[in-house]
Design a protein around this ligand. Structure first.
Ligand code: HEM
Length: 501
């Protein structure tokens, strides 16, 4: 999940500021006048007199970006130092640029601290366009495509069932971490989020997220610093830990395969067996498996929390979903994946919840060629972010965008609309490769929860309904769960839940 790096300046970046001052304002002016070879201008830019460029607030920076989009239009240009960044804030522009322009928009901006030092150049998320990216994405796709993702349904049902049985345990919301661990490494992996191994991996991922989001290391402005052995010791140390952890996960799967242990299927097993097809070294395989785990572990839990939060915040809409559940399923059997097609209201509710509070407010891309859009030119080499918050508020696609209206996803025949594009997984060639697995986890867990419980806000702990949008699951959902199905029946149905979709 990508986020727009905070456009703030940390302590060490003041050196960069001094350097920038030496070049003088003239350089900035020149950078604004940089020619793309096109007579069209860059998208408009909100006014700023700051030498360092536009400033965004620490909390919910996407709200400021959305205000700029409302004022200046679907595309805006902001400045960080001398670097220009274009933000896409409307759906059509995102599709035109990210999907229609194919490979020329699939690159990533260079992230020296997070991508090259802390991840040693092995993390898929920072991998530039080229054969290596193609091979990595192909390996992931083979394992996460709809047909294969369907094989994880019993596992997802099993974890959803555990969640129902232990609904009062806040650590439950992290159970999907374990689902993703199994998708990445197979059975015989840790089964609780308090496992030391899982904790260590999460710490490394938190560090990666922080370094990546802040983007404030001096090395971003002066890349050759990375060759100085004393520079960024904490990043180098973090890389050594990540390498040890990810390699030991892969080696464990390898040993299990050598001893013919029954470990079920997993991504690690798949790449170890088929590594030759993707020309991946073992270190790349190890980091790729960890990218799968890292990309999906918190995001899925956050998506489920968002759906639950929406149910608690909008009781009338929750009641409509439950009326559908009562009609299609009733109280005498537990629902399964087989019910999906008969539950358009639930599916619409999930889509609206993820539009209402999109989890990944921005995805970052680097453009290789000039892009012409809406009478503007985005020159090659510009970093472009699709801002999911602003896109989710696009009034042309989502009329009354600030209203929570699941009905907008349903057509006149009462079916899910096929024409409304779901954007939360991103656009184009870098679209989230885990979306089929994620959709299934979010669906089955939301289904069981809304069928079994009525969700209300906890009056003692007011909900921060944007609290999950910072990309990590720092706090549990403070929601109250009232049984809809009598407890003995619910327990009995869950204990006999067949976990076969
Ligand atoms: C509801 C849950 C999820 C959401 C909202 C989400 C969203 C996203 C978004 C917005 C991106 C960036 C796309 C772009 O660059 O334009 C992304 C990338 C990615 N996601 Fe997800 N994701 C979710 C679940 C998952 C799962 C379950 C997995 C793994 C099984 C996963 C693995 C990845 C990976 C590996 C990338 C990086 C792709 C690349 O850089 O080429 N995600 N995701």
């Amino acid at each position: 999940m990508l986020q727009l790096p905070d456009l703030r300046i940390s302590d060490n970046s003041y050196f960069a500021l001094i350097a920038a001052a030496c070049f003088g304002v003239g350089l900035i002016v020149r950078s604004y006048l940089t020619k793309s070879g096109s007579s069209l201008p860059l998208p408009p830019s909100p006014l700023t007199s700051r030498l360092r460029g536009h400033s965004l607030p620490l909390r919910n920076p996407f709200l400021t970006v959305a205000e700029w989009v409302d004022e200046y239009g679907p595309l805006i240009t902001i400045r960080r130092g001398t670097e220009k960044i274009v933000i896409i804030g409307r759906h059509k522009a995102a599709v035109d640029i990210m999907e229609m322009q194919g490979g020329s928009v699939a690159d990533r901006p260079r992230m020296v601290a997070a991508g090259e030092i802390l991840s040693g150049g092995h993390n898929l998320v920072f991998t530039p366009v080229g054969d290596r990216l193609r091979q990595m994405r192909r390996a992931l796709h083979t394992h996460l495509q709809p047909k294969v993702a369907g094989e994880y349904q019993p596992l997802q049902m099993s974890h959803a069932k555990q969640m129902i049985l232990n609904i009062d345990d806040p650590s439950n919301f992290r159970n999907h971490t374990i689902t993703l661990f199994e998708v990445a490494y197979g059975k015989n992996t840790p089964t609780v989020v308090t496992d030391l191994e899982v904790i260590e991996i999460r710490q490394i991922m938190d560090m990666l997220r922080t370094v990546w989001r802040s983007a404030t290391y001096l090395v971003e402005s002066i890349p050759w610093l990375k060759y100085l052995p004393w520079y960024g010791q904490e990043l180098r140390h973090g890389y050594e830990i990540a390498k040890r952890l990810h390699t030991s996960q892969l080696n464990r799967v390898k040993q299990q395969m050598q001893s013919n242990a029954d470990i079920g299927h997993s991504f690690a097993k798949h790449v170890l067996e088929n590594g030759h097809l993707y020309a991946l070294t073992e270190i790349k395989m190890a980091f790729l498996a960890s990218a799968l785990f890292g990309g999906g572990s918190d995001t899925v839990s956050l998506a489920i929390c968002t759906v639950m939060m929406a149910a608690a915040c909008f009781p009338e809409e929750q009641a409509k979903v439950q009326a559908e559940l009562d009609e299609v399923i009733g109280m005498h059997r537990a629902p399964t994946f087989a019910d999906q097609e008969s539950l358009p209201r639930l599916q619409a509710f999930i889509s609206e919840a993820l539009r209402w509070r999109p989890l990944a407010p921005s995805g970052g891309h680097l453009h290789r060629n000039n892009i012409l859009e809406e009478n503007y030119c985005i020159p090659a080499g510009t970093t472009v972010y699709d801002n999911h918050w602003a896109i989710s508020r696009d009034p042309e696609v989502f009329p009354d965008p600030h209203q929570f209206k699941p009905q907008r996803w349903i057509n006149n025949q009462g079916r899910l609309r096929g024409d409304l594009k779901f954007f939360v997984y991103g656009f184009g060639q870098r679209v989230c490769p885990g979306k089929h697995v994620a959709n299934r986890s979010v669906f089955i867990t939301s289904l069981l929860i809304l069928w079994a419980f009525q969700l209300t806000q906890d009056p003692t702990e007011p909900l921060d309904d944007m609290g999950f949008m910072n990309g990590s699951l720092g706090r549990p959902c403070s929601i109250e769960f009232k049984m809809r199905v009598p407890e003995p029946e619910l327990k009995c149905m869950m204990e006999n839940y067949s976990e076969v979709s």
